[in-house]
Design a protein around this ligand. Structure first.
Ligand SMILES: [Zn+2]
Ligand SMILES: [Zn+2]
Length: 118
């Protein structure tokens, strides 16, 4: 079976997804991803230390290699950006385009309410 390469939202990944997120292997992989991103949200650019109520999370750009992800399958997002991506069902690439075109950016960011441009 072939999975759609685009992430379709939290409800569609393979059934053992939640369990996988609790494994040591995933913890290691996600902390490596955060290190690669210098502990910064790859969308809004906030560093972990700047986040107020939000925290850094690791998002699957693709679930195709779930369990043996390549670095490019993962991006680091603050929980605000992460939630918006899933709520609005946009891909990371689409979200990044939207962010690029927002003139007010980056004055409004870091989890202030209503600050996300999409
Ligand atoms: Zn963010
Ligand atoms: Zn996600």
């Amino acid at each position: 079976m072939e999975w759609d390469i685009q992430e379709q939202g939290e409800e569609l990944p393979p059934i053992d997804y939640r369990g996988y997120l609790k494994t040591e292997e995933w913890k290691m992989k996600s902390s490596e991803a955060k290190q690669r991103a210098s502990f910064t949200c790859e969308l809004c650019g906030c560093h972990e230390d700047e986040l107020k109520d939000a925290k850094l999370e690791v998002h699957h750009v693709s679930y195709v290699r779930l369990g043996y992800e390549k670095p490019e399958d993962l991006v680091v997002l603050c929980s605000d950006c992460h939630r918006k991506i899933h709520e609005d069902k946009v891909t990371f690439e689409e979200a990044r385009e939207i962010y690029k075109n927002v003139e007010l950016w980056p004055e409004k960011r870091c989890g202030e309410s209503g600050s996300l441009p999409f």
